[in-house]
Design a protein around this ligand. Structure first.
Ligand code: NDP
Length: 311
């Protein structure tokens, strides 16, 4: 630890998605010495890889990266400090919290965990082997590699449908493979999807294997209604089957549910005093940009209450 105190803060925020940056602007405006730690120098989290965000109040139709830039600019303009470091764990010492990172330790009086969530794996043969060789988890990142080709998107949520709509503008043909006969995605997205001529939804179907030697050549699909197996020739597979929280490094430190989401209500107070959880890592029902930003504000309010209790 540096004795000059450069690594000491009132509040350290781990994660620079909407929850982390939302917390950061509230913390700085409350006069707290604040820093945001993220392993990536580019802020935005999952928003960054969202093609278009149409439901964030006041900014209709911005791309995910444009909205992320605005969030970051707002935080920069208020003087938030940013640290690029991979957090390995948080230690709840007597009165201070120590954030351990590969780049050294940082100390704060309170910590807000806002590391969000990442994509889930499908867990079928071929997925891992062909990852980056036609298997992708980010349509906005990798879609351009599949211009005029045929791809499959797996899933039925907002991300899957958004990805399919985005890819339909680039690819010759897009199959959306969903395990049920109803999509989970928002109605407006579904309408957009079903209006596209080069999209075909393969209902009641589960991907059992991704085929290909060095590069994706197809998927084998099981129809759980007709109980039949078939194969589809595709050049790429985009997997959008939900998210898992990025909380591995906090396991055993704060209480979590069986899926790894941190137990905290809308006050963002966790089982550990002085440690708060905001955004997608928290057990909650609505994981949206707007609810993540709201968590950030609530978390800082709780940090201030905590400091008052300590005084
Ligand atoms: P969701 O959990 O909403 O959807 C996951 C989809 O994958 C479901 O359709 C699910 O099927 C399917 N699925 C899950 N596991 C498997 C499996 N093993 N095999 C096949 N299919 C599977 O996740 P998303 O990533 O789409 O979205 C994450 C969160 O982000 C959501 O809360 C979403 O609302 C939010 N979001 C909001 C956006 C917006 O509002 N603009 C944009 C992007 C994300 P089933 O339906 O049968 O369970």
């Amino acid at each position: 630890l540096d004795i000059m105190g450069q690594n000491r803060y009132d509040v350290l925020i781990i994660g620079s998605g909407p929850a982390g940056l939302g917390a950061a602007i509230y913390a700085v405006r409350a006069g707290l010495r604040t820093a945001v730690i993220d392993r990536s120098p580019v802020s935005g989290g999952q928003v960054l890889t969202t093609y278009e965000v149409d439901n964030y109040l006041g900014f209709p139709g911005l791309s995910g990266s444009e909205l992320s830039d605005k969030f970051r600019m707002h935080a920069d303009n208020l003087g938030v400090s940013f640290i690029t470091a991979d957090v390995q764990g948080v230690e709840n010492a007597a009165s201070e919290k120590i954030v351990h990172t590969a780049e050294g330790d940082f100390v704060a009086n309170a910590v807000i965990l806002a590391t969000g969530a990442s994509h889930s794996k499908l867990g079928v043969p071929g997925e891992e082997k062909l990852s980056g060789m036609g298997v992708s988890y980010c349509a906005t990142c990798d879609g351009a590699f599949f211009r005029n080709r045929t791809v499959a998107v797996v899933g039925g949520g907002d991300v899957a449908v958004e990805d399919a709509v985005f890819l339909a503008g680039i690819c010759k043909k897009v199959y959306l493979i969903h395990r049920r006969d109803k999509l989970r995605a928002a109605d407006s997205l579904q309408k957009k999807l079903l209006s596209l001529e080069n999209v075909e939804v393969i209902w009641n179907s589960e991907v059992k294997e991704i085929a290909g030697e060095d590069i994706v050549e197809g998927v084998s699909v099981y129809n759980n209604v007709s109980k039949t197996q078939s194969s589809l020739a595709v050049n790429g597979v985009f997997i959008a089957v939900g998210i898992v929280p990025n909380t591995k490094m906090f396991q055993g430190m704060v209480e979590m549910d069986e899926k790894g989401y941190i137990l905290a209500d809308e006050t963002c107070v966790t089982s550990q005093k002085g440690i708060f959880a905001a955004g997608d890592i928290r057990k909650k029902t609505m994981r949206q940009i707007i609810t993540a930003v709201a968590d950030g504000a609530n978390a800082v309010y709780s940090v201030q209450n905590y400091f008052m209790e300590q005084a």
